[in-house]
Design a protein. Sequence first.
Length: 359
Amino acid sequence: MNGPKSVIVRAWQPSDNDALIRIARTASFPARVRLGIDRAPDFAAFSQSAGDGFDILVAEVRGQVAGFLETRRLTFLLRGRPVPTSYFALAGVERGGRGLGIYPRLIAEAELRSRAAGVRLGLGLANVRNPRVTRFFAANRDDIILGRRIVVSSILLGPRHLVRRGIACDRATPMDLPAILELVKRSYSRHVLAPVVDEAGLMAAGTENLAVARDGGSIVATLGIWDQRALRRVMVAGYGHIEVWLRRLLNSATALTSLARLPAPGEELRVLHATYAAAEPERGDALAGLLRWVCNRCAGQGYHALLLGLPEDDPLAAATRGLWQFRNVDLPVLVPHPDIRHALLEAGTPSVRFEYALA
């Protein structure tokens, strides 16, 4: 039996660990820089670090693990209203299992489980250079909504950046947390859909990894960084045609640029995740300065890049202009319960704020 009927979908077991690690490390999608994820030695550790609300489904073909789908239950705010949300996170299918309908089977089972858990909204992210996911949804159902594009910048670390005078940047202190929390909430509220943020979330990476920009003593911008390499590592699967030559050029000029040498395919791209980027209205300049200050702090510490994802309609997205970076673009794929569909579409294509440190 080699067709779709040969596929069995079940909950993961600890004995699946090695197979899941192997599939995640080798699965990659079309992008300017194709990446895989190394979750050794414990595949589930990253999701467990974010809480108990996660599921890992496994597709088995003839007794062998051939694919998986990981989901996490989060709470998002839809126009200020809390909505239980299932984020369809990491997925992978073995090359030999493609064509057997594994991905649709995993999605269907994940949706059944989510609805049983009271979830009202499904959320996934599809890279625009990988249209297979959006084509799959478009061809099979009419209840999906595509959100506005999110630009994911991998900012290359090494060069020293000037920070404009008048912006005082420093590490946050525990006393700053209430002001940071309110600033992040206000920045998130610019979007139709955004994750709920609380003090525990801010503390996930540690107060010492939260930075603030002050003007006249008041916090006007904030940015966190999170080193997740103990839980997962980003591996380069390949470079696009232009990026192959760009990597060669950059690596040949490291003495001039101070950039860390970019890894070859099969090697790790040492990444820091930027979190909770926020600023007061009309103070994108403060976030731009703070971002450069944070990059200066991280330079020379062995990292290649700082990863920051922001909706392209967010005024803060301009903060990355002028920085050396690789960019990819994601489309939010939303599957709402019918009674919240109108709220999502009330102003046209919805803008979604997402924290890529949770992806």
